[in-house]
Design a protein around this ligand. Structure first.
Ligand code: ZN
Ligand code: ZN
Length: 147
């Protein structure tokens, strides 16, 4: 089930909407929002929370995944003794297969989870991130402005 995680504009608590759910006010402070998760087969090309068009994708590497990896790693240890490099490679491959990408908004950090990858999107870019955090075109931050 695809979902969107976003922050309430008022109380900044994390809210989640599943695809197919209608919008509803903030679960914590009651401030209205119109955020709905796009349908399951949508290609995400703009933020579902704020409408912003600059998005990036990253591995959905949350705490639960991290714990699962530690467990998986300790299971593999007896068999990878002396073959640790191979073990890491296998683990790497497994992680790559089980950890899906999420699509994140540069503007409001909303997370779109469970949607098909959008080939137009690129991984996280610090320059674009800084532009959103520090305002438009900070001196020296844009490519090609080295002076
Ligand atoms: Zn709120
Ligand atoms: Zn956004």
């Amino acid at each position: 089930m695809p979902s969107v995680n976003f922050l309430c504009l008022q109380c900044e608590k994390r809210l989640a909407r599943d695809a197919g759910e209608v919008s509803r006010p903030c679960d914590f402070c009651g401030v209205a929002n119109s955020v709905v998760a796009p349908a399951e087969d949508s290609i995400i090309d703009r933020c579902a929370a704020c409408g912003h068009e600059e998005l990036y994708f990253q591995k959905d590497f949350n705490r639960r995944t991290g714990i699962a990896l530690v467990v998986a790693g300790s299971i593999f240890v007896p068999w990878t003794y002396g073959l640790s490099l191979l073990g890491v490679t296998i683990l790497d491959y497994i992680v790559w297969r089980i950890v899906k990408d999420v699509i994140v908004c540069y503007e409001c950090q909303a997370v779109h989870r469970g949607y098909a990858p959008n080939p137009r999107l690129k991984p996280f870019d610090l320059v674009i991130h800084d532009r959103h955090v520090y305002g438009a075109a900070p001196p020296g931050a844009e490519e090609g402005h080295s002076s």
